[in-house]
Design a protein around this ligand. Structure first.
Ligand code: FES
Length: 199
């Protein structure tokens, strides 16, 4: 193998890694899927997954895998929820009406984009080119964000920003909000992702 080939393959890996962002190595699509056992393959193909949210504190996020994608569950604070209605004018699709990327389920077509106000459930993949946005929950001025930032997510690849409901801000490369997957609560502390009452 020549030096040229080594450099070229390294470069590909570096680009893929940086674009994966917060997805992490566990979600690196092709090599990971290829090593699945049959039951894992079935899970990646679409089986619903359960999440225990009993340990999730206000302001925290957990990630579960569904169909090989990271699904984020964020327990929003009262302060974060209070900011959401104030952001509508700055958002590209505040009422989740767009359907190009993924239609928002009816039960999440509200100000919080969720079944329960407190819990946001979204697929952590940017609607532009598929990078995984980073958590930027702390409000206030900081690099790559506006001075009036109220908390949300920043996609490191091309700078799209999303609020704490996964709604994309105007004039960003991402054409749509973060996807809300089908889900429902099995109890106050358990939810299932990949199934809802209509399924
Ligand atoms: S992939 Fe997110 S802004 Fe381009």
């Amino acid at each position: 193998m020549s030096d040229q080939q080594i450099d070229s393959s390294k470069r590909t890996w570096i680009i893929a890694s940086s674009c994966a962002g917060a997805v992490g190595t566990g979600f690196a699509a092709v090599p990971f899927v290829a090593s699945f056992q049959p039951s894992e393959r079935a899970r990646a193909a679409g089986a619903a997954v359960e999440a225990d949210i009993s340990g999730l504190k206000p302001g925290e996020k957990m990630t579960v895998e569904w169909r090989g994608k990271p699904v984020w569950i964020v327990r929003r604070t009262e302060a974060q929820l209070a900011e959401l209605p104030k952001l509508d004018k700055a958002l590209a699709d505040p009422n989740s009406k767009r359907t190009n990327f993924a239609e928002t389920p009816e039960y999440a077509r509200n100000e919080w984009r969720s079944i329960k106000k407190e819990y946001l459930v979204v697929v952590g993949i940017c609607s532009h080119l598929g990078c995984s946005p980073s958590d930027k929950f702390v409000p206030g001025p900081q690099p790559s964000l506006p001075n009036d930032w109220e908390g949300g997510f920043l996609c490191p690849c091309h700078g799209s920003t999303f609020d704490m409901a996964g709604r994309v801000f105007k004039d960003k490369p991402a054409p749509d909000n973060l996807e809300v997957p089908p889900y429902m609560f099995l109890s106050d502390t358990r939810l299932i992702i990949g199934e809802d009452k209509k399924a």
